[in-house]
Ligand binder design. Sequence first.
Ligand SMILES: Nc1ncnc2c1ncn2[C@@H]1O[C@H](COP(=O)(O)OP(=O)(O)OP(=O)(O)O)[C@@H](O)[C@H]1O
Length: 246
Amino acid sequence: MIGLEISHVSYSYGSRKALDDVSFSVAAGRFCALLGPNGAGKSTLFALLTRLIVTGEGHIGVAGFDIARAPRAALARIGVVFQQPTLDLDMTVRRNLRYFAGLHGLSGRPAGLAIDAALAQLGMAERADEQVRALNGGHRRRMEIARALIHGPQILLLDEPTVGLDAASRQAITDHVHLLAERGLAVLWATHLVDEIRPADQVVVLHRGKVLSDGGAEDLAGGQGGGHGLAKAFLSMTAEGREVPA
Ligand SMILES: Nc1ncnc2c1ncn2[C@@H]1O[C@H](COP(=O)(O)OP(=O)(O)OP(=O)(O)O)[C@@H](O)[C@H]1O
């Protein structure tokens, strides 16, 4: 089943073209890394997928709903973790999530159940009554991912979710989100870090607003040992003349 479909999407800020005829899709149950250097257009694409901005060029389908024609139905099926954290540090984890559940029309026992389930999926159940301020950066991020799951989305969007985290936290979050994909979510994970990508993942390379490649991570690495092969392929596609270490 198709989770997310992006077809011939373009977007410009004034005369600057940020996305140029972008097409790819992410099926339910797939982890897709949107790999691109700074300025590639990743955040612009996320803004279009969440209707922060709109474009007349191209089509975006979310779990079968056209985001332009049926925005409410489409957005209800998306969970999103933006680059900038947006948590209330002085509330507990549960209070933060209850507030967000309310925005989705969930309250009372159904909200409590949804919050418990989401926290459990991120290994955060025992932190529910802690103040967010007391959590480390990795746990705060996991909580934001749990928050994005409360309303039962089919698509999960994460914009560079591991920025600023230490290696162990990055690993834990990457593991958790891969598990969410295995359980059926279509995951779009924007990053410029190849070590967050697994051999079975889909990788879309975005550079200067264009899709340079779309396929399996193993194929992109060209059989050259996972992360190293991927890094080489990514750099040679995007570095434009910079030396790529052997
Ligand atoms: N509000 C804006 N006004 C004008 N140009 C913008 C605006 N936002 C982004 N751009 C430009 O659009 C292009 C794509 O930027 P975008 O932020 O989408 O890339 P990105 O891949 O998310 O980069 P980063 O990893 O640095 O966040 C860049 O050339 C950027 O300078």
